[in-house]
Write a protein that binds this ligand. Structure first.
Ligand code: PLP
Length: 383
């Protein structure tokens, strides 16, 4: 009888393994060794030789991540940015990269840097215009289209299937930053992406206590081998203890993320017509310009991230961000605790983000408490 395909909740809850065959322990063991002994023929005893090249504790998180996204393999990194840097090492001087104008600012800063330093072409496109991506591509020269969906922090939704077609027609690769969507709502490889990226610092770990990154590949191809070589040579690997914490966080990811999605939608609906706000940006709202594509491409929710555009500009937005009691005023996202941030202040003067935008990362607290907290913070504006 063939094995029944399990739901992601089961896969995650049991970290893919359930019971350690060596001991019967129901938690995965940590292997802290940096190096591995050889046998009497000087052959390695296992697949592991030196921890910068791979470690059994990373392998648990990697196997889970590969299964979640339906990929052929996954690789964990010391941070999301270490994964971004390793991926873009596969782009050569003279080749061209396309990315959204509004996106995670750190990844864009890295793209600008390699464009300046290594002679890589870079075109940034407007993700609110459905024709802009195709117009930005240079046939036979564009090597990578890098997208996020939803786009941080305006949550514009990019049609992944259309982006994959555009990429492949031009002979390019489509890489998707799926940190915000997670494979629980969007399996980008199913829509034709070639590589998926996650800042595992966020929903994967989920407790704001580990910085980590993950790449997942559709194919075990030359590009993937090159990325593995870069990880080994650059040394952007995670510590085994952090990898263990990461897989532990992943065991509760389905529950955490479901709660975050439900609460985010409830908050978005509650504040949609609030007199103190110009707009609420959330792809789960019918009023959001990306809602139709989001409905097509996302399932089981629209993530736990939303933004509020405060009436009265930057000054008022900053005051609201300083007036919450439950939302913590801090950057980052995807943890169990809700965060509020004035995104322009965090990104700095070159930011393309509107100055009145407050980004919310909704955690797993009681959603009525979160709504009441925002209500009282918005009311301070009138005081
Ligand atoms: N991509 C997105 C969408 C992010 O939000 C972040 C971090 O905020 C990153 C990439 C970078 O990941 P890390 O902070 O783990 O290096």
């Amino acid at each position: 009888m063939s094995e029944k395909k399990q739901g992601v909740e089961t896969l995650l809850a049991q970290a893919g393994h359930a019971v350690d065959p060596e001991t019967g322990g129901v938690s995965v063991p940590i292997q802290p060794a940096t190096t591995y002994a050889r046998d009497s023929d000087y052959e390695l005893i296992s697949d592991f030789g030196y921890s910068r090249n791979g470690n059994p504790t990373y392998a648990v998180a990697e196997e889970l991540a590969a299964k979640l996204d339906g990929g052929a393999d996954a690789m964990v990194f010391a941070s999301g940015m270490a994964a971004v840097v390793a991926f873009f090492e596969t782009v050569n001087a003279g080749e061209h990269v396309v990315a959204p104008r509004v996106m995670y600012h750190g990844a864009q800063d890295w793209l600008r840097r390699i464009a300046d330093k290594r002679g890589i072409g870079l075109t940034l496109f407007d993700a609110t215009d459905p024709n802009a991506l195709a117009a930005a591509v240079l046939k036979d020269n564009t090597r990578v289209i890098w997208i996020e969906s939803p786009v941080n922090p305006t949550w514009d939704v990019i049609d992944i299937a259309a982006a994959a077609e555009t990429a492949h027609d031009a002979g390019a690769v489509l890489a998707v930053d799926s940190t915000v969507a997670t494979p629980l709502t969007t399996r980008a490889l199913d829509f034709g992406a070639d590589i998926v990226f996650h800042s595992a610092t966020k929903y994967y770990n989920g407790h704001s206590d580990v910085v980590a990154g993950m790449l997942v590949t559709r194919a075990l191809d030359a590009r993937w081998e090159e990325i593995a070589e870069v990880r080994k040579l650059m040394g952007g690997v995670l510590g085994p203890f952090e990898a263990w914490l990461l897989q532990r966080g992943m065991r509760t990811m389905a529950l955490r993320f479901e709660r975050a999605c439900d609460s985010a939608l409830k908050i978005a609906r509650h504040f949609e017509s609030h007199p103190a706000l110009e707009a609420v940006l959330y792809p789960g709202l019918e009023s959001h310009p990306g809602h139709a594509v989001a409905k097509k491409q996302m399932r089981n929710g629209y993530s736990g991230m939303l933004s509020l555009m405060v009436k009265g500009g930057e000054e008022k937005a900053r005051r609201v961000a300083c007036s919450t009691n439950v939302f913590v005023p801090a950057t980052s996202l995807g943890g169990v605790e809700s965060l509020i941030e004035h995104r322009f202040a965090v990104e700095g003067p070159h930011s393309a983000v509107p100055k009145n935008l407050l980004r919310l990362s909704v955690g797993i607290e009681n959603s009525d408490d979160l709504i009441a907290d925002l209500e009282q913070a918005l009311a301070t504006m009138d005081a």
